[in-house]
Design a protein around this ligand. Structure first.
Ligand SMILES: C[S@@+](CC[C@H](N)C(=O)[O-])C[C@H]1O[C@@H](n2cnc3c(N)ncnc32)[C@H](O)[C@@H]1O
Length: 308
């Protein structure tokens, strides 16, 4: 058998590292898109519009993606802040610790900060971590804020969270690459999961799932947003492989939420013409997994676990 690949460990990136970086460079390139960083933020609102209500059903749709605080749509494939906001408020309490180990531009980190949760963000791409640090560089002081929130960012691989202890995290909210649909770092970063062909990607996601299981506290939740694709005019259910990967390490499926996609023409397949013999994909799956409690008897939940 070939030697297992040695995975990089986590390396902290501090606010000072970010300040030094932006003193020299004010933009980074993520998948051919220039993202400006280092400019002071002028924030109008620190939260969603007044009519915002938490989700209650298993279909979520955010036609306007959310641009409060430092959120901005210019990191390819970033998720709407409404998604981590809903996960964080439903599955954690102020002062608890949230992890996003594929944090990209840091949407989850900003929402955690606004909602008074400590947070750890990890991404394999050092440029992504600079964007995340940039989005976190705002002050947020309200009277009801219980204490200073701790935000920590690391360059690292979601398959090896070596600086996080077992059962240390209260909630995971993460958003992996959808296999190779968007190539985040081109050929620059060896451990970028978006470089992998589907079978290798699913194997890697099994390692991500195992590491998520290790660092999560018992009886706590792990939310994962994942989308599918199409090739040769047929459907490729990437989400099914990811679902199986998380169930195979011991998670129990709590929710399968359908997240509707808007502007799919620019975010997913490229079509020519106006009529097709297939339906355009306009949804993603937001799986919410639960790690069983210690000594929990999970037999009654056997069909929400790995049963095959
Ligand atoms: C869909 S994006 C996440 C976007 C994020 N939710 C946001 O709002 O900006 C997926 C991220 O996974 C990162 N990634 C790819 N392979 C990784 C790995 N092995 N470990 C950690 N992060 C990885 C990519 O660099 C990319 O930033």
């Amino acid at each position: 058998m070939a030697n297992p690949q040695k995975l990089m460990g986590m390396q902290i990136v501090t606010e000072e590292d970010y300040r030094r970086f932006v003193a020299e460079k004010q933009r980074v390139k993520i998948e051919n898109v220039d993202v400006e960083i280092g400019r002071p933020w002028r924030i109008k609102e620190f939260g969603p519009p007044k009519d915002y209500k938490s989700e209650e059903f298993t279909v979520w749709s955010f036609p306007s993606r959310g641009d409060w605080a430092t959120h901005s749509g210019n990191y390819r494939g970033n998720w709407s802040p409404y998604i981590p906001r809903n996960l964080i408020t439903k599955y954690s309490k102020p002062g608890e610790l949230v992890l996003d180990q594929m944090c990209g531009s840091g949407t989850t980190l900003v929402e955690s900060k606004l909602l008074g949760r400590d947070v750890i963000g990890v991404d394999v791409n050092p440029d992504a971590i600079m964007v995340a640090q940039d989005r976190l560089s705002f002050d947020y002081n309200t009277l009801d804020r219980p204490r200073r929130v701790e935000t920590r960012t690391f360059v690292g691989d979601a398959r090896n969270l070596d600086l996080i202890g077992d059962e240390a995290v209260d909630l995971i909210a993460t958003h992996p690459p959808y296999a190779g649909i968007i190539s985040y770092s081109g050929k620059r970063i060896l451990d970028d999961l978006s470089r992998l062909k589907l079978p290798a990607y699913i194997d890697a996601m099994r390692k991500v799932a195992a590491e998520s299981y290790r660092v999560l506290k018992n009886n706590r939740y792990c939310g994962v947003l994942i989308g599918d694709t199409r090739k040769g005019r047929h459907y490729i259910p990437i989400s099914l492989g990811v679902l199986q990967a998380f169930l195979s390490v011991g998670f129990i499926l709590k929710e399968d939420i359908i997240k509707l996609q808007h502007k799919t023409m620019t975010t997913r397949q490229r079509w020519r013409g106006h009529s097709y013999d297939f339906y355009k994909i306009a949804h993603e799956h937001l799986y919410v997994f639960r790690k069983p409690a210690l000594d929990e008897k999970t037999a009654p939940l056997k069909y929400s676990k790995k049963w095959w």
